[in-house]
Design a protein around this ligand. Structure first.
Ligand code: ADP
Ligand code: ZN
Length: 518
């Protein structure tokens, strides 16, 4: 392919004519120019950075059709609506579309700028046949991290894209993702056949979002506080449909309109709730992670997580739905030991060759929730950036937590777990350590153990946060019956080879969303 045949001025004219924008944002210009010059590219851009435009603009400028691969039909239809609203000739080709014949005719006639398809279509021989009979301008692969087993959302169907695209060696590929750490990026390049020099990474910092992460002690009260402190529209993410239903009821007590959203709701109800949220200036949407992709609401003022998301990537993507308009917004996460216990239990079900990657992901999350240092700096380093050590706009920067060396107490706790047979829950172990000789304890002779009553009154309040921290880190794991057992680096701690710093969360009401100086 020749170098870009499009002068700058023409690109900017079309940007204005089609989208009504006067300028590109951030790396958009680089991405668009590369693609127009026929060079394959991987664009890693945070949510809200404007990824769609980077393929939609070349799609209207290049002769032929841009084939867009997207993992979700709902997402495709959202994209289709907004593209069509901008006067772009676009269609989706999915199992739910009734007008497939007409779409194929339009493609063959060169009457489409964008054709959205699901990855599984790529493996169908007649799809390849159809593409060869028309003109393909470029391939756009949305949510490209799905091609990587290192990514948090691997979809085997994405592996079928490479052979399809290889049949069109001169057609440029544009892979797009908001969430790719260094490993995943390298893997996407390799899997999709994009040269290393084709990697373009936008800055990940979202300076207007204030991050706060705090242990979950009274979630309802904690969420009420977040809502009360943030009068604008917000999203509360909960892990299960049942919790979404329950919380959306309970949070009505805040006096704000609250609606539920999850994949189990009737599609019409879901669409209505989404539309009402998008139009609202004070609504709280209580949702599973099914909510948010492809939703264009720039004035979301807060995102609260009732539980730990499944990875740093998910955390970043979900919190990234706050403050796309650039105004101050907050992201508050509540976490508990159970979140990590469950995640680590699920490791057993993960295929062997993916387990190490999955474990690294959980450990990374544990360090995000446990760090006494700047959250933003940790996030940005995770995405390969080199940020300043403190941001001044996260809970830890605004209100430095105290850190204590809890190694000694951790050893006592771990040896009590060990000596009582690694089968009791926290409450029981706490009794033994603090010297409560009740019937359960004496019957088993645990009042005779060397660890009985070994914890001082000063140390006792550290036990619960310590157990939580040790579970996050994996040094304590849960048995099948809910008891505690040793895991991870527990032995290193017991042998004095590993330290256990413990972050002491300030016991102030409303720490999560508190405004600076109040
Ligand atoms: P992403 O897919 O990266 O999350 P979108 O493509 O949905 O982001 O774009 C986010 C928002 O930014 C949309 O409202 C879009 O219209 C807007 N946007 C994109 N590019 C520009 C631009 N160059 N100037 C102004 N607004 C833009
Ligand atoms: Zn900070």
């Amino acid at each position: 392919m020749t170098d870009t045949a499009f002068p700058q001025s023409e690109i900017l004219d079309r940007l204005h004519a089609v989208f009504g924008f006067n300028a590109f944002r951030g790396v958009q210009a680089d991405v668009v120019e590369r693609v127009l010059a026929g060079r394959s590219t991987l664009a890693v851009m945070p949510t809200g950075a404007g990824k769609s435009l980077t393929y939609q603009l070349p799609a209207v400028m290049l002769p032929g059709t841009c084939v867009v691969v997207s993992p979700l039909i709902a997402l495709m239809h959202d994209q289709l609506r907004s593209a069509t609203a901008n006067g772009i000739r676009a269609a989706t080709l999915t199992s739910v579309d009734m007008d497939r014949g007409q779409t194929i005719d339009r493609f063959l006639a060169g009457d489409l700028d964008l054709l959205y398809v699901a990855p599984e279509r790529a493996s169908q021989p007649h799809f390849l046949d159809m593409l060869t009979r028309g003109r393909v301008a470029m391939f756009a692969i949305d949510e490209a991290h799905c091609v990587s087993e290192w990514g948090h959302d691997f979809r085997p169907d994405y592996r079928l894209l490479r052979p399809l695209m290889d049949a069109f060696p001169d057609v440029p590929r544009l892979a797009l993702t908001a969430t790719a750490d260094r490993h995943t990026r390298a893997d996407i390049l390799a899997q999709l056949g994009i040269p290393e020099e084709g990697l373009i990474v936008a800055g990940f910092d979202r300076p207007n979002i204030r991050y706060a992460i705090t242990p979950r002690d009274n979630p309802l009260r904690q969420l009420m506080t977040v809502i009360a402190e943030n009068p604008g529209p917000g999203i509360v993410y909960a892990p299960t449909r049942a919790q979404v239903e329950k919380l959306s009821q309970q949070l009505q007590a805040s006096g704000r309109p609250c609606l539920p959203y999850h994949a189990g709701l009737d599609p019409q109800v879901r669409a209505d709730n989404q539309a009402r949220f998008v139009a609202s200036e004070d609504m709280v949407m209580v949702a599973t992670v099914a909510f948010g992709m492809g939703i264009d609401k720039p004035d979301v003022r807060f995102v609260a997580h009732a539980a730990c998301p499944k990875s740093i990537e998910s955390y970043y993507q979900e919190t990234g739905r706050a403050g796309r308009d650039g105004d101050p917004s907050v992201a508050v996460m509540l976490w508990g030991a159970e979140d990590f216990v469950r995640a680590r239990q699920r490791l057993a079900e993960v295929e062997e060759h993916r387990r190490a990657g999955e474990r690294t992901r959980i450990d990374a999350l544990a360090s995000l929730v446990e760090t006494p240092h700047c959250r933003r700096a940790l996030l940005l380093r995770h995405f390969g950036e080199n940020p300043p050590p403190s941001c001044g706009n996260c809970d830890n920067c605004l209100d430095a937590p105290r850190v204590t060396d809890a190694t000694e107490v951790a050893r006592k706790l771990l040896s009590a777990v060990y000596r009582t047979g690694q089968s009791f829950g926290f409450g029981y172990v706490e009794k033994v350590l603090t010297g409560v000789a009740d019937e359960r304890v004496t019957q088993r002779g645990h009042d005779q153990l060397s660890v009985f009553g070994i914890v001082t009154t000063d140390e006792a309040p550290l036990l619960r946060p310590l157990a939580r921290a040790l579970q996050a880190r994996g040094a304590l794991v849960a048995t099948e019956h809910g008891g505690l057992a040793l895991g991870g680096d527990a032995r290193a701690i017991l042998k004095g080879e590993a330290d256990v710093p413990l972050v002491l969360v300030p016991k102030k009401e409303g720490r999560p969303g508190r405004r600076r100086g109040s």
